[in-house]
Design a protein around this ligand. Structure first.
Ligand code: RAM
Length: 470
């Protein structure tokens, strides 16, 4: 049946169908409802039919009334896209058009005539177990908007009786972290656990700590965190561990005492070396002035890579490269774009921007394009193939590197589950299997402490960019 998106049409159709169906055809029912308005009227119709023993009904948009239905057990889930991220992206795109620039895109969709640039927001499944962490802790709604939330927020055990782990990114609305979440969800399915994906709206340690405190209060079964600050997160991590919640950091490390171990995407030295090598490839042997456009000034991963890049620049083979400055775009698209544009003004002879952040590199490549500097200023660093494809082809960013964030998210959940189930203790030499990624060993590194290493970064250029679609 089709509801035309109208709650009344949905209600009428549900009732007509229920009247037609025999009692034997009812029993346990599953209903795919297109959005929350229709979900609620359909739910009401099925709930009032005495021959329907149980029903599950989907929804979409996280309308307040449906969130209450979910808390009350009357609607099963809703598909949520953060409207604040949508609004921010829409305004940023409008401002870019108005000022003659090109909006950021992370994907394309084909409308039957052409590939249309798009920037879809992350899609999160909200059920009773994660109303608190996704909708309340993020500030989308207030706890006082609902009744019975205490029960919903209480130990978040899914129907299967499995565990609930939380994947916390530095910030929401970043395709890198969304891709990591795809991998985490795949691991969750394989392990029969629930993984909730929730993070601060901006890459800010204070917001991240508040969120983690509330996850500790909910007694989730494990936390995998990409840290906005290495030291600031330590006391919070310690609190979680003291409360019996295993904590791992992934992507961006919490200081040793605030986590059991770190899931490392690739060796820091390898990441730094590859970025400097790409910069030298782009300037050619003559070298020249380069700048680093990073994420936030407290980001543990970027800061580690920047220190090592600075050390690399002292080596004789890099003597022709001069680092003019390091600036911070805060993993915010607009700020990164503006920082890149300011670099062109301040350093007219700038040859390369190295952006060791997927947000910064895409914004810098767009800024080079809009300023008509392709061929004069080159961008490189760490990026996602979907965001960088056009810039690789246009020459704004001929090459860049990264690991697969989906694999990193997948590995993080396998590690958390191995710790939580006691398969590993979190000590040097622990061995475990992470599903399709194979076998891993926990090792101690003098700088990053106990860690599990995913692998090596890959490099993309015009020859292989069309082979990766994420
Ligand atoms: C951004 C984030 C993330 C980093 C990547 C390369 O998405 O800062 O932490 O690992 O870039």
């Amino acid at each position: 049946m089709t509801t035309d998106w109208k709650p009344d049409t949905a209600k009428a159709l549900a009732e007509t169908n229920l009247t037609k169906a025999t009692a034997a055809d009812k029993g346990d029912v599953s209903i795919l409802a297109p959005n929350d308005g229709t979900a609620r009227t359909i739910a009401d119709s099925f709930a009032s039919d005495k021959d329907v023993k149980s029903y599950v009904v989907t929804g979409q948009d996280a309308e307040k009334a449906s969130v209450q239905y979910i808390i009350d057990g009357k609607q099963s889930m809703t598909v949520y896209k953060d409207t604040r991220v949508l609004a921010k992206d829409a305004i940023t795109a409008a401002v870019a058009f108005l000022t003659g620039k090109t909006p950021d895109k992370t994907n394309t969709y084909n409308n039957g005539k052409a590939d249309i640039p798009a920037k879809p927001s992350a899609v999160v499944t909200v059920e009773k177990a994660n109303v608190q962490s996704v909708l309340i802790d993020s500030g989308q709604f207030q706890a006082s908007d609902f009744t019975g939330l205490g029960a919903a927020a209480a130990p978040a055990a899914p129907a299967s009786g499995g565990k609930t782990y939380v994947l916390v990114p530095k910030n929401l609305g970043n395709p890198y972290f969304d891709t990591a979440n795809n991998g985490a969800q795949k691991a969750a399915k394989e392990l029969g656990v629930t993984v909730t994906y929730t993070g601060p709206a901006t890459a800010d340690a204070t917001q991240q700590i508040q969120l983690i405190n509330s996850l500790i209060a909910q007694k989730v079964n494990g936390l995998a965190i990409s840290a906005d600050d290495s030291d600031a997160l330590v006391p919070t991590g310690k609190d979680a561990i003291a409360a019996g919640i295993p904590v791992v950091s992934w992507d961006s490390a919490i200081g040793n005492d605030g986590r059991v171990l770190h899931i490392n995407q690739a060796e820091n030295q390898g990441i730094a070396d590859i970025e400097i090598k790409m910069a030298l490839d782009l300037t050619g042997p003559a070298g020249g002035k380069i700048a680093i456009l990073s994420a936030t000034s407290t980001a543990p991963n970027q800061n580690a890579w920047i220190d090592l890049m600075k050390a690399d620049l002292k080596k004789p083979e890099n003597a022709k490269l001069t680092l003019a400055t390091v600036v911070y775009g805060d993993d915010d698209d607009t700020k990164s774009y503006n920082e890149a544009t300011a670099l062109f003004k301040k350093f007219p002879d700038l040859k390369v921007i190295i952006a060791p952040t997927t947000v910064g590199i895409a914004a810098s490549a767009r800024a080079v394009t809009d300023a008509k500097l392709i061929g004069k200023v080159f961008v490189t660093g760490l990026g996602t193939p979907n965001q960088m494809r056009d810039y690789v082809k246009s020459g704004a960013a001929p090459e860049f590197a990264l690991w697969n964030p989906a694999d990193l998210g997948y590995l993080a959940i396998y590690v958390l589950d191995a710790l939580s189930s006691g398969k590993i203790k979190g000590v040097d030499g622990d061995k475990f299997t992470a599903g399709s990624l194979g076998d891993f060993t926990v090792k101690t590194d003098p700088k990053i402490g106990l860690n599990v290493l995913l692998g090596q970064p890959f490099v993309w250029n015009k020859d292989n960019i069309d082979g990766s679609h994420w």
